[in-house]
Design a protein. Structure first.
Length: 337
């Protein structure tokens, strides 16, 4: 092959590569535009917590036909952080998706309703979907110097215990977790690697490319769905149920040292239907073991307080939770029971 022919081949190859790169750039631009203007992402990756709410975000979700306008402030919280007046107790509420409540608009969120029902309280909502108690503890460490809460409420859902020992969340990425000795381990991207796209630079793409992130979660995750479930179950296999409760109590003790604490049991919808009190009873034992007060929402919630298909509370459910907490919190705050 002569020099002219080689030059022609190289030129065509360069054109193909340039076209391919340009196509990828255009796909990325389109994905970023979609996320920015059509479906804004309320979550972002966090190097310590795994993920967190995006500051100053706004998005409207539709849950079973009901619109929910979700907004966050400059701290990524779904509550305004004003200056407390004399005699007002500032309460920081920690928890997972039941607490962050993206199924209802901000003004319908239980923490905002509680704020209205109890003028002697300023309620700050620090819930983040998917968080286990490990992340809630680390988030408390981050927020408390800024928020300066007088009291803290830890709202616990049953899967928080397994989240504490699981180093990844399939749809997002790695997260901090507990080892067998109760030590908090940092993010491990190597553990999440089997769930990433099978391409060079998959970790970098997952962290920095919106298009790759969306493709991984909406397409590739379905391809490996069954395998990923088995993989996650395998990561938890070394921990018994007793281990999970022991580790949970150790975290609650550490949280209590940062802020006067109360635990609230968040029951599954099935437990509300059947009035199954086992989870609440076990959580109450954990609260007593570490010397903090306890409230079980099971007694006041009803099946109609949940969406029909979605597992979370609807607007009436959030108001019921607010009313329950409003009755349970005395004027001088909770003390250990």
């Amino acid at each position: 092959m002569g020099r002219k022919a080689i030059t022609s081949v190289l030129g065509r190859l360069a054109l193909i590569i340039a076209s391919f790169v340009l196509a990828l750039v255009l796909i990325e631009v389109a994905a970023r535009g979609f996320v920015a203007f059509v479906k804004p992402n309320v979550m972002l990756l966090d190097p310590v917590l795994g993920w967190a709410h995006r500051p100053n975000a706004k998005r409207t979700y539709y849950i079973e036909g009901h619109p929910a306008v979700v907004e966050t402030n400059e701290l990524g919280l779904r509550s305004d952080l004003g200056s407390t007046s004399p005699g007002v107790t500032r309460i920081l509420v920690l928890g997972d998706s039941f607490v962050d409540g993206m199924e209802v608009s901000n003004h319908d969120l239980f923490s905002e309703v509680l704020d209205e029902l109890r003028p002697d309280l300023e309620v700050v909502n620090a819930g983040v979907g998917g968080y286990g108690t490990v992340q809630q503890f680390l988030y408390l460490k981050r927020l408390q110097p800024v928020v300066g809460a007088d009291k803290c409420i830890l709202m616990t859902f049953e899967n928080d215990l397994t989240d504490n020992i699981t180093p990844i969340l399939d749809g997002i990425g790695p997260r901090p977790f507990l080892d067998e000795n109760g030590r908090i381990q940092p993010l491990e991207w190597a553990t999440f690697a089997p769930l990433l796209l099978p391409v060079p630079g998959a970790k970098w793409l997952h962290r920095h490319s919106v298009a790759a992130y969306l493709f991984r979660n909406r397409v590739w995750a379905r391809v490996i769905g069954g395998d990923s479930d088995l993989y996650v179950e395998g990561l938890r296999a070394a921990f018994s149920e007793d281990d999970q409760w022991r580790l949970y109590e150790s975290l609650v003790s550490r949280m209590r040292d940062l802020c006067p604490l109360s635990i609230v049991a968040v029951p599954r919808k099935e437990y509300v239907r059947s009035q199954d009190k086992e989870f609440g009873h076990r959580l109450k034992q954990a609260a007593e073991a570490v010397g903090v007060s306890f409230v079980d929402l099971l007694d006041d919630l009803r099946p109609e307080h949940f969406y029909e298909e979605d597992i979370h509370w609807n607007v009436d459910g959030h108001r019921t939770v607010a009313e329950t907490l409003g009755r349970q919190i005395p004027k001088n705050g909770w003390e250990a029971s």
